[in-house]
Each structure stands twice: as structure tokens, then as C-alpha cells.
Write a new protein. Structure first.
Lengths: 232, 387
């Protein structure tokens, strides 16, 4: 019972302290079930989908490039040093692509004994620690740290929300997104919540920050891209 | 009652682990164990009725589910319920064989489903029992009125961001009894189709708004099924085939059609379904005519009903409260109808993976001759676990 009360207190703090924000503009995407988004150096978007596709979109949401190599269930994407890293949740693989051409380079096979849809839902890179952060969606939520060649370095349980749908480093801080609680969270180095934003959005599955520091969020069910403007 | 409390305490302290996947490539399989058990108590019995055998503990489910893929385009589902394996009842609401089917997605324009599984008729049929706050489905969609599962081949197509779903299939028409290996002397199939539309996005097959939808969402569906199983003279359907009310399979023509609607917003959700069956028995002396001449009855028997359910999910309290009202007229040539109120409360120890469920049914009216329950009140209290 004490676990329940701890959760209740944490949840109350989360919801009551969340800043409510609204999107300033939105774009309909022609992507089936988009599950994560990243902003690229060449000022475009990378979008992955539940169907295992990786796409490059321009600022208007138009598809400009599509990776030939598909996966099973892509859930997380980041661009790092001219490479694109994609988390394939069902296969527990990290797929590596060339950032310019979207040519497939290689994959890393990770180990995780979970349900098919409870794999790594999000991927982020901590430039300060030089570690990848992979996070499972739920049952339970686990934050795992990996080296650059995907050797497990450590893990920590995260119990403040019901699920995690995306993660991204921005201005030196890790931000997490919860789909079921439609909540964006800013975390400290010790993975403690510092600040929260209530997105009031249906099925937010992925987010990123663009060059103007605008928060960009995609909704899986609605297949929409929302621009929330600056949040900090 | 002490035993039940003990069981609840034991299970509520369990550390529940999630399902496990074997394999990581294109060939992989997920194993899930689902358990549910409850205590049943009935009260308000008719004075002439002495049978109290239903006042006891029930093991409802002890299921092993295997779900996976082989190759890029083929998925499989297999489920077996150990709690029902030795049951003689062949309960359509809770059969021993849960699923045994293949889905082929390689065609691109539609998914093909082959084998034994749920038929695409009624929204409620798509909702897992383990995601319902109740211990029982509404009577009209529980499997006694029309079958919930069958052997056959069907297709599914999603359009416009999964807001439109189309289903169609050809089945044996013997429902869950298709597995008994009994012959169908009529040699005819049953045809089933369903169309549904959701707005503003796809609508998952759930009764509870566990995600606390931030915008109002709704879904509507219409479905129909048709069969014309005329028995040759001297032949009969096997006893179990025809179902509890002897209307699931008849010798003659049968049309079944229905509509449903679902809504959810901010933790409040509602479902409504209405169905009607038009039976035209080939035998003019069929018991379904209730001793009324075929010509006087217009050559048909109408049977149908509806239910409405309202739910409220409170995230902070991890609780759902639900109320349901249902009516069913099994035969328009038999006086009376069945009416029942249902109330449910469920508490999420760990989401739907570890859930306490309490249910109360009040049988307001009964349809004499056909649906004689002999009691007014029913209580159920139990737990479900998904590992």
C-alpha cells in the first residue's frame, strides 16, 4: 500500500505542477502512425513510424527522402555525428543509417526480456556523459545507459508516469514524453523531474526542439505535427 | 469469504512481471499467462427453486497465449484456457480454445485471417474480457444469442489513419461448436461483415478511457450476418451447436444485424449496442413458433435487444465505476423480455495486469419459458492477473 501512496503523491505533484501549453500551429503528416521525430542539422525532420519506416521531411511536413531498409516497429530516432540511430522496439535492435542518404549501415542487437510492445520506445544521446539513453515504454519503465557501441552501462527504474513514448536531450537536459499522461518532463542529471508541461494532446508519441527552440510534437493517432513554440 | 480475501492478499502482493518475447528477428513469439478467479453469490431466489449450485468460487481463466510472427508478413495467435479444458459447458463467452489463427499481411491491400478466432460482429466482441470492469459480457453479445468465435476465413482493411475499418468473412456458422468436429448436414456457411468509423482518430477496442482522452472521441459501427442452413429431412444439428437458447443455429434462414456506438472523453466512456435476429425456420412446426401457426407469425421470429454501459475511470484513485442496463427479447412470440442492471467497480493494483473486480447484477425482468434465471441478485468479487 505504501508504494501506492508514494505513487499517488508523486503523481499529484506532477499533474498539479504541470504548465499547460497549447500548440501554435499544426501540420497533417502523410506518415502512417508516426512514432518519433528528430530535428536534423540540415534543418529538416526525421520521422519514424510504427510500420518500421524512416523518413526525412521538410519544414512543411513533405516527405523528401525515405530509407530503403525498413524494420518492424520503429519507435525512437536521433541524429548524431552524421549518423541516424533508430530504435526498433519489437526486434530490440538499434538501426544505423547515413544521415545524408538514409542508407542503412548496420544494426546493434540488444537484449531485453519483455513483451513485444514493451521494448525500447525512445533513444537519446547524452553528449556530456557520451552515453546513449534507451528507455522502455512501460511494465516497468527503465532508463538504461549504453556506451557508444551499445554496451549496457547501467539502468534505473522510473516510476513517476505510466509510460514513456519519447526522449531527447535539449540544452544539456534530458526531456521525456509520456503518451498516456500527455506530459513532457525535464529531468535532472539524476533522472529526477525538475519541471513538467501538460500538452493536452491526443497520443503524443514523439518530440524534438528545432533551431529556434520551438517544441515540436507528433501525434501518432492523429498523424499530426504540432509546433508549441518556445517553452523555456 | 475468508478464502477469497486470502487469495486477494496473496495476489495483490505479487510482483507482476510483463509478458515475455522469445526471438527478436522476423520469427518471434510472445508468451502471456492470464488468470482470473472470482466468488459468485446469488440471492433473491424463487421460492420453488432449490438449486444453489452457483454459490461458489470459480476459476474463470488460466490462459496461455502465444502471439508471434514468422517471416515478414505472417502473424499467428494461439490461446488455450486450462480452466475451461475439462469443462463440458463449451461456454462461448469463455471457450477452452481462445484463438488458433494466422494473419497474412503480404497482400498489401487487405489482411487475411484464417482459422479459429473472434468473428467481426459487435464492437464488444473485439474488447478483451481482461479490459472490462465486469465479470460478464452483456447477455446479447455473450455468445448465447449469436456466436463470438468460429472457423473460417476473413479480411480486414483499415483506411484513413485507421478511422475506417472494414471486415468481412465466411465461416462455418456453427460458432464455437465448429471445434467439436460434428457434421453440419446443411453444408452451408455463415457470412459476416462489419464497417466502423471513428472520429477524430482511430478508436481502440477498449471500454475504459484509461488514457484520459483530452478530446472527445467516438466510434460507430454497423454489422450483419447471414446464413441459410436448411437441414435435410431426418437430420438434426448436434445439441451443443444450437446454443443455450437454441437459436444460434437453426434450420432455415437467419439474418442478424446490429449497430454500436462508443464514446470517451476525460475518463468517461460509454458503449451502446443494438442487435436483431430474424429467423425463418424451414420447419413450420419449429418450437420457435411457440405453438403459433407459421402463417399467423408471418413466417418469422424476431429476436433482439440492446445494452448501454457508462464508465468513469479515475486515474488518481486507480478505479473504475461502471453501470450497465440491458434488455433482451429472445423470441417475439413468447410473452415478456429479459432486463438486467449491472454495476461494477474495479481497482487497478497494477493496471489491467493486476485488477480487482466487483460486480452486482439485478435481474429486473425475465422472459419466461426461455430465460428463467430464478434469482434476482448476483454478486461477483475476484481478481485477474496478466503475466
Amino acid at each position: 500500500m505504501s508504494l501506492f501512496f508514494n505513487w499517488l503523491v508523486a503523481f499529484s505533484l506532477l499533474m498539479n505542477g504541470a504548465v499547460k501549453i497549447k500548440p501554435q500551429s499544426k501540420i497533417r503528416l502523410k506518415v502512417n502512425e508516426p512514432s518519433d521525430i528528430a530535428y536534423t542539422k540540415d534543418k529538416n525532420y526525421l520521422v519514424v513510424s510504427d510500420g518500421g519506416t524512416l523518413l526525412k521531411l521538410d519544414n512543411l511536413g513533405k516527405i523528401i527522402l525515405k530509407a530503403k531498409q525498413t524494420g518492424i516497429d520503429f519507435e525512437g530516432v536521433i541524429e548524431l555525428e552524421n549518423l541516424i540511430y533508430v530504435s526498433d522496439e519489437t526486434s530490440r535492435k538499434i538501426m544505423l543509417y547515413d544521415a545524408k542518404t538514409l542508407e542503412f549501415i548496420r544494426s546493434y542487437q540488444l537484449q531485453l526480456q519483455r513483451a513485444s510492445n514493451s521494448g525500447f520506445e525512445s533513444i537519446a544521446y547524452n553528449t556530456k556523459k557520451e552515453k546513449f539513453i534507451l528507455i522502455t515504454e512501460k511494465n516497468p519503465i527503465t532508463i538504461q545507459e549504453y556506451s557508444k557501441d551499445f554496451v549496457l552501462q547501467g539502468e534505473i527504474a522510473f516510476t513517476s508516469v505510466r509510460d514513456i513514448s519519447a526522449a531527447s536531450f535539449y540544452n544539456g537536459s534530458l526531456f521525456l514524453l509520456s503518451d498516456e499522461d500527455h506530459l513532457l518532463m525535464k529531468l535532472s542529471e539524476n533522472y529526477e523531474i525538475e519541471k513538467t508541461w501538460d500538452l493536452n494532446l491526443l497520443n503524443p508519441e514523439g518530440f524534438c526542439f528545432d533551431e529556434n527552440n520551438n517544441l515540436i510534437v507528433i501525434s501518432d493517432d492523429l498523424e499530426m505535427l504540432y509546433n508549441f513554440g518556445k517553452i523555456e | 469469504m475468508k478464502k477469497l480475501i486470502l487469495i486477494i492478499i496473496v495476489f495483490s502482493t505479487l510482483q507482476v512481471f510483463s509478458q515475455t518475447q522469445i526471438g527478436t528477428g522476423n520469427s518471434r513469439m510472445q508468451i502471456t499467462y492470464r488468470f482470473s478467479s472470482f466468488a459468485n453469490y446469488r440471492a433473491g431466489w424463487d421460492s420453488a427453486y432449490l438449486d444453489r449450485k452457483q454459490n461458489k468460487f470459480f476459476l474463470r481463466n488460466a490462459q496461455i497465449l502465444l502471439k508471434g510472427t514468422f517471416g515478414k508478413n505472417t502473424e499467428f495467435d494461439f490461446g488455450l484456457d486450462g480452466a475451461q479444458l475439462i469443462s463440458k459447458a463449451n461456454d462461448p463467452q469463455n471457450p477452452a480454445l481462445v484463438d488458433a489463427n494466422l494473419t497474412y499481411k503480404g497482400l498489401g491491400f487487405v489482411d487475411l485471417i484464417l482459422g479459429y478466432g473472434k468473428v467481426p460482429y459487435s464492437r464488444n466482441n473485439f474488447v478483451s474480457f481482461f479490459e472490462s470492469p465486469f465479470w460478464q459480457r452483456p447477455e446479447i453479445v455473450g455468445g448465447a444469442f449469436f456466436s463470438r468465435r468460429d472457423v473460417g476465413v476473413s479480411f480486414h482493411k483499415s483506411l484513413l489513419r485507421n478511422t475506417i475499418n472494414l471486415f468481412g468473412g465466411v465461416y462455418n456458422g456453427l460458432g464455437e461448436s465448429s471445434l467439436l468436429g460434428l457434421n453440419d448436414p446443411s453444408g452451408k456457411f455463415e457470412y459476416i461483415s462489419r464497417v466502423e468509423y471513428s472520429y477524430p482518430s482511430r478508436y481502440r477496442y477498449k471500454e475504459i478511457d484509461e488514457r484520459i482522452s483530452v478530446i472527445p472521441m467516438f466510434s460507430i459501427g454497423v454489422n450483419g450476418r447471414y446464413t441459410n442452413k436448411v437441414l435435410p429431412v431426418g437430420e438434426n444439428f448436434a445439441a451443443l451447436t444450437q446454443g443455450e437458447f437454441l437459436t444460434k443455429v437453426i434450420s432455415g434462414e437467419k439474418y442478424t444485424y446490429g449497430a454500436d456506438a462508443a464514446f470517451q472523453y476525460r475518463g468517461i466512456s460509454a458503449q451502446f449496442e443494438i442487435h436483431q435476429m430474424r429467423m425463418q425456420p424451414s420447419d413450420s412446426s419449429s418450437f420457435l413458433y411457440n405453438k403459433i401457426s407459421k402463417s399467423k407469425a408471418g413466417g418469422k421470429i424476431l429476436s433482439g435487444g440492446f445494452f448501454g454501459q457508462l464508465n468513469y475511470y479515475n486515474l488518481k484513485a486507480r478505479s473504475t465505476v461502471s453501470v450497465r442496463y440491458e434488455e433482451l427479447n429472445m423470441n417475439d412470440l413468447v410473452p415478456g423480455y429479459f432486463a438486467r442492471w449491472g454495476f461494477a467497480y474495479s481497482y487497478q493494483i497494477k493496471g489491467f495486469n493486476s485488477l480487482l473486480k466487483a460486480q452486482y447484477f439485478y435481474n429486473q425482468k425475465e422472459e419466461s419459458l426461455i430465460d428463467n434465471l430464478n434469482h434476482k441478485h448476483q454478486f461477483r468479487l475476484g481478481i485477474q492477473i496478466i503475466i
